[in-house]
Design a protein around this ligand. Structure first.
Ligand code: SF4
Ligand code: SF4
Length: 435
């Protein structure tokens, strides 16, 4: 019997709305007529474009090279021709260089030869992950070869795999676990060879018990030393610090990293990407995206090439079901980015595209109810930080722990005055750093 665990402090319970798409198996997006592939799809420095307009590229060929230590290679998702080099705006508002690729009509079969990763040493496997441009696919997009290069003298006590997917609406990780269980587990074992952890545990929220049981059964059948830990449905259960607390009991102190308490976290989608990278030498050129929300006609999970436009995916999901869609969101509704341009491309970090219809709300004044304080998983005082930022006292907000704020949105979700707390914290961090 799998016992349910969770983190203690704070958190909220938004309606998960996963019923809209959780029973939709992963479907392959028909090839769009053009793809827009950004050079900045990861945390850190953008990749340096190594191709030019008119160049013919092969599926999986490197087109952008990591330009610094924290950066990642970018590969062509298709065989085709580069028709334009341009600047675009991503769904998160950042502007970056991108190439427009016209796919060939026929895309050959590739990445079918299986490589024996068990014969490779950890360093070689980590280098393969680097060359395949793997980044964290849960949204953080940190280059995987940097994250999994453990500093000399450190020991990994626990490899924690994040199958929580606590953001409402999103079901891409759930579908991956259900449809790619064996491959995902093999990806975890590859990572285990790199990290040599004392323990491996997959955390999965209790609204996905079928996935938890499936992974548990398959791990036993393979003889993998992997534990599956069901977790209570509570947002932000998938945040690294909360996940580590719930699965290992360890608390990551303010300003410290998971490795400081012996933990390394890997998203479930990243584990699958590591499997494809090390077994088939397939770069990260496509990903599963949940297209959902009350404004989508047929919510579904779509395997899309990097560079497909949001509008291509929305059209494949039947388009809009109503004309009062308030906003498009890239990612989940709690931590994702609102965007307006349907031409924004899918990137390595795009877990979802949502068309949301918001309840009209009016912003009031703080009534000092303290709900934001009791629900903050980081133990902060959102009301007081917000007040300080509002009056320009950025240093005071920083002194209260503003930089520990994960921008999870629990405080804004629970606030009866509907104050724009997270926007305030984003501004406060920006202004505080400037000062
Ligand atoms: S957004 Fe920041 S202040 Fe608000 S609950 Fe999350 S961590 Fe706490
Ligand atoms: S939840 Fe909103 S109204 Fe209540 S104390 Fe926090 S900021 Fe003020």
């Amino acid at each position: 019997m799998l016992r349910i665990s969770t983190f203690r402090r704070g958190g909220v319970h938004p309606h998960d709305r996963k019923e809209l798409s959780k029973n939709s198996p992963i479907e392959v997006l028909p090839m769009p007529s053009s793809l827009v592939v950004p050079m900045s799809q990861h945390l850190g420095a953008p990749a340096r474009l190594v191709k030019a307009k008119g160049d013919v590229v092969q599926r999986g060929e490197m087109i952008g090279q990591a330009s610094s230590f924290v950066s990642a290679d970018v590969h062509s998702p298709v065989s085709g021709t580069i028709t334009e080099v341009t600047r675009i705006r991503l769904a998160n508002g950042a502007s970056c260089e991108a190439v427009v690729i016209r796919p060939d009509e026929i895309q050959g079969e590739m990445f079918t030869v299986r490589h024996d990763w068990k014969s490779e040493d950890p360093k070689a496997l980590l280098d393969t992950i680097r060359r395949m441009g793997i980044v964290g696919m849960g949204g953080a997009t940190f280059p995987a070869h940097v994250k999994f290069a453990i500093p000399e003298g450190r020991k990994v006590e626990a490899l924690v795999v994040n199958g929580v997917e606590c953001e409402p609406y999103l079901t891409s990780d759930y579908r991956s676990m259900m449809e790619r269980a064996d491959e995902t587990l093999e990806g975890i074992m590859i990572l285990s060879r790199i990290l040599s952890p004392a323990r491996i545990v997959i955390g999965i929220e209790a609204n996905k018990m079928d996935a938890a049981r499936l992974l548990d059964d398959r791990a036993r059948e393979h003889g993998y030393p992997i534990e599956v830990q069901p977790l209570k449905m509570k947002y932000p259960q998938g945040d690294e610090k909360q996940l580590i607390k719930a699965t290992t009991g360890r608390e990551v102190p303010s300003g410290k990293l998971p490795i400081d308490v012996g933990a390394v976290v890997c998203n479930i989608g990243t584990a699958y990407a590591i499997y494809e990278a090390c077994v088939f030498h397939k770069p990260l050129i496509e990903r599963v995206v949940t297209v959902s929300g009350e404004g989508i006609a047929h919510p579904r999970n779509i395997l899309a090439p990097i560079g497909a436009k949001a509008g291509d995916l929305i059209a494949f999901a039947g388009g809009y079901s109503r004309d009062d869609v308030d906003r498009l969101v890239s990612g989940g509704p709690m931590m994702g980015f609102s965007f307006a341009d349907e031409d924004a491309p899918v990137t390595k970090g795009t877990s979802g595209i949502l068309a949301l219809v918001d309840e009209p709300v009016e912003t009031g004044v703080c009534v000092s109810c303290g709900k934001c304080v009791s629900h903050c998983p980081m133990g902060l005082m959102p009301n007081r930080m917000f007040r300080n930022i509002k009056y320009g006292n950025y240093q005071a907000a920083l002194d209260m722990g503003l930089l520990d704020c994960k921008e999870c949105g629990c405080c804004a979700f629970i606030c009866p005055a509907h104050l724009p707390l997270v926007q305030g914290f984003k501004l406060g961090k920006k202004m505080g750093r400037r000062k």
